[in-house]
Design a protein around this ligand. Structure first.
Ligand SMILES: CC(C)(COP(=O)(O)OP(=O)(O)OC[C@H]1O[C@@H](n2cnc3c(N)ncnc32)[C@H](O)[C@@H]1OP(=O)(O)O)[C@@H](O)C(=O)NCCC(=O)NCCS
Length: 221
């Protein structure tokens, strides 16, 4: 099986690739990917993405074969809830600054699925009190996702190390205020990693999530 999920009017997502063990290495996954690429192109999607574990060699090979580019290597960080200074909520006037601070993508749900973040996402998250900021003039920003079990999920985050560290610490206090166990998010660059370490976040597993992307150019006519 293989699923194509529509994550926005212009972005499609591949997931659920599974081939029964005795049918593996016969090109079935490759054929299912080829089918979905053709479908996404025909339906006019601008971009097709998927994520996979950093050790999933068959899928990396298939990605290369079909001209996907690796656009991210994401690694999870977690920290327990603990008392401390609570984070500051963003105001509607900070919408643009928040959008500039957080990374390009927002995580959907608690799985390995992302799509591009829009100003509308930020606006509605601020209206629902789900955006926190720190530092002068929105030094760093974080957008909460839906709570998952007893974890405070951060769906998008970003900013320079100092304000980001402060924000990550405050989010641990926010988790505590909500009587949750911990905070969880994905780091995608060196600044995120440094801030996470400084704020006491650790890596629950050593692997990474690779994010692949294939852009379609519009056909003439
Ligand atoms: C990953 C999976 C879907 C691949 O299915 P498949 O039908 O065996 O894949 P294909 O036969 O189309 O092979 C794809 C490529 O990977 C290579 N490959 C397949 N199995 C491999 C293995 N165990 N080690 C190294 N390379 C492998 C193939 O040779 C092929 O590369 P090529 O085109 O350069 O020759 C299958 O192994 C599976 O169901 N795994 C468990 C679930 C999973 O990991 N799903 C993907 C989540 S993103």
């Amino acid at each position: 099986m293989g699923k194509l999920t529509v994550v926005s009017p212009t972005e499609a997502w591949l997931e659920g690739g599974r081939v029964a063990p005795r049918w593996r290495r016969k090109g079935i996954a490759t054929a299912l990917i080829a089918h979905r690429i053709a479908y996404a192109r025909d339906r006019g999607f601008r971009v097709l993405r998927f994520s996979t574990a950093s050790d999933n060699t068959p899928i990396h090979r298939a990605a290369r074969h079909f001209g996907f580019t690796r656009v991210g290597a994401l690694s999870r960080r977690e920290a327990t809830a603990r008392p401390g200074q609570l984070p500051v909520r963003a105001t509607p006037a900070q919408e643009r600054a928040v959008l500039q601070r957080v990374g390009r993508l927002v995580q959907l749900g608690h799985g390995w699925e992302w799509r591009e973040i829009t100003s509308r996402d930020v606006r509605s998250a601020i209206a629902r009190s789900r955006v926190f900021v720190s530092g002068k003039g929105v030094g760093a920003a974080a957008i909460l996702g839906d709570r998952y079990e007893k974890t405070l999920m951060i769906a998008a985050i970003g900013g320079p190390v100092a304000p980001l560290t402060e924000l990550l610490r405050a989010l641990r206090a926010e988790a505590r205020r909500r009587e949750l166990d911990d905070v969880s998010f994905y780091v995608s660059n060196a600044e995120d990693r440094r801030a996470a370490r400084a704020a006491g976040y650790t890596r629950p597993w050593s692997g990474e999530v690779y994010l692949f992307e294939k852009r379609f150019t519009r056909r003439a006519g």
